[in-house]
Design a binder for this molecule. Structure first.
Ligand code: HEM
Length: 506
């Protein structure tokens, strides 16, 4: 009955209805199977490409940089669940909002993203501690609670607006300096990497490290380069079986060298900052630091834990911000009517002021909808993951044994026409409807629940402050010679080609 009713109304082609129809079919199949005495299906019965075809896709068809597209191909070929091999790792792909919700609701007290990360192996080999991205269990919980106090409550995050605004001011100056005579800034992502690193450093150290200076310090460029290369090598080193590492040791060697530099860079800045603080204290001066490194170093956790966490936070704040800001301005430059509406919103909230504060951006619904839409189209983390370590679970009629790597296909759900109407179109107004029809797990760019992005509020504030100021200062236009740019996977989802845009003074 339900299915029939849905089919009739499904002709209205609402994504929610289409999606419910598909969901009803899959659950009816699974539940019907049970009432007829059949058992829940096993992984052996799950569809998916053969081992050879996976290896061919990954290594011969540039699959590593097309992993996000492979999600959509998988969804089309096999439906909402399929299994595939990533190198020697078997993973179950889930590409349906309802089923993703079922996985995340069973993640337990100490959710685990992936047990098999090359990031963890590196830390083990070098004797580093784990940071929030890589730790598990009680070790993760302890630091999550400590940092959460300063990174999650809206009031705590709003307090960073002054610090971040001063970084945005430098970004505006830097954009002006980088322009050609036609107002073109070539390769905006380069500028935004530096902005991302300076922004997160200002929050972590409450001091500036010069990424937006006219001459960028060499160590900063090397840090950014090390992040880029480390991300490229992450997927490759994970996909390669260990015997292949013996034959071709270079990728792993380069991967480790990049991490060495990331840890060294962070340690250098932490030591320098804490040393300056200690000197003040010894002179009887009062220390009033409100920066995260200081808070964490005062909690009594070992210094090695401070180093690893700050390294991971620094890393997490660079590409995520750069990529989202680049795509936001790319889309706004191609949709001048949306850009004009956003500018109207900004001007009306700001009432003549030029520098927004956190309370201002909180009153800009279109701005928020634009960032949400950008992250739907270009989710920085195109696939999230979970490992349920303590029990087998049943998802979509399949029994998933404990410790199986489950890939949550965010890119596929975000671009699935059964979930979002016109999924490839930039339509921020879809998020402003009073009656949203989307499943709440259809687009989860920051994840959800206990293990979701701890930097979400800082990232959003940084993006909102930067976009507001850029639109107050400039009309942003596409490169007259520009081509459309597609995303590619480099562990994170980033622009495949250089994005250049015109920033015309207003
Ligand atoms: C647009 C910007 C960003 C996006 C889209 C994003 C997205 C994500 C996602 C999807 C996760 C995984 C969540 C999960 O497993 O459920 C994550 C985790 C994390 N993010 Fe972000 N992130 C962004 C910016 C940042 C920034 C600026 C920071 C640092 C201040 C940060 C720090 C972290 C950390 C430490 C984790 C691991 C949390 C944990 O395991 O407890 N992120 N992020």
């Amino acid at each position: 009955m339900l299915q029939q009713a849905l089919r009739v109304s499904g002709r209205s082609a609402f994504p929610l209805v289409k999606w419910m129809e598909r969901w009803a079919e899959s659950t009816t199949a699974a539940e019907g199977g049970k009432t007829k005495g059949q058992t829940v299906r096993t992984l052996d019965e799950m569809p998916g490409p053969s081992v050879v075809s996976c290896a061919w896709d990954l290594f011969a068809k540039r699959g590593l940089s097309r992993l996000h597209e492979l999600q959509l191909e998988g969804l089309q070929k096999y439906g909402s669940m399929w299994k595939a091999r990533f190198g020697h790792i078997l993973t179950v792909h889930v590409a349906d909002p309802e089923l993703i919700e079922q996985v995340l609701r069973q993640e337990g007290h100490h959710p685990m993203r992936s047990e098999l990360s090359s990031w963890k192996d590196y830390r083990k080999v070098r004797g580093h501690h784990y940071g929030l991205l890589t730790s598990e269990g009680q070790e993760w919980q302890t630091v999550r609670s400590l940092l959460g106090k300063h990174m999650l409550p809206p009031k705590a995050v709003e307090a960073y607006d002054k610090t971040l605004n001063s970084v945005v001011s430098d970004l505006i100056t830097k954009l002006r300096l980088s322009r050609t005579s036609q107002g073109l800034v070539p390769d905006i992502s380069q500028e935004f990497y530096r902005f991302g690193l300076e922004g997160i450093s200002s929050v972590l150290f409450e001091s500036r490290i010069g990424c937006l200076d006219e001459v960028v310090p060499e160590e900063t460029e090397r840090f950014i380069q090390s992040i880029n290369t480390m991300f490229v090598k992450t997927l490759l080193t994970m996909a390669m079986p260990s015997w292949l590492h013996h034959l071709f040791p270079k990728p792993l060697k380069v991967f480790c060298q990049c991490w060495d530099y990331l840890f060294d860079f962070a340690k250098g800045h932490i030591d320098q900052r804490l040393q300056a603080e200690a000197e003040k204290v010894s002179c009887g001066e009062k220390v009033e630091g409100r920066y995260l490194t200081y808070y964490l170093s005062q909690t009594g956790v070992p210094m090695k834990t401070v180093y690893s966490n700050i390294t991971e936070l620094l890393l997490a704040g660079v590409d995520t911000i750069s990529s989202t800001l680049s795509w936001s301005l790319y889309e706004l430059s191609r949709h001048s009517e949306v850009q004009a509406s956003l500018r109207d919103e900004v001007l009306s909230v700001m009432g003549g002021r030029r520098i927004p504060v956190a309370a201002d951006v909180a009153r800009m619904p279109l701005l928020k909808a634009i960032v949400k839409e950008v992250l739907r189209l270009y989710p920085v983390i195109p696939a999230n993951a979970r490992v349920i370590a303590n029990k087998d679970i049943t998802i979509g009629g399949y029994q998933i044994p404990k410790n199986t790597l489950i890939t949550l296909c965010q890119y596929a759900t975000s671009r699935d026409p059964a979930v979002f109407q016109n999924p490839d179109k930039f339509q921020p107004h879809r998020w402003l409807s009073k009656d949203p029809t989307y499943h709440p797990y259809a687009s989860l760019p920051f994840g959800v629940g206990k293990r979701s992005c701890i930097g979400r509020r800082i990232a959003e504030l940084e993006l909102y402050l930067a976009l507001t100021r850029i639109l107050l200062e400039f009309d942003v236009k596409p490169d007259p010679k520009g081509i459309s740019v597609k995303p590619m996977t480099r562990t994170l989802l980033v622009p495949e080609n250089v994005i250049s845009l015109q920033f015309i003074d207003r």
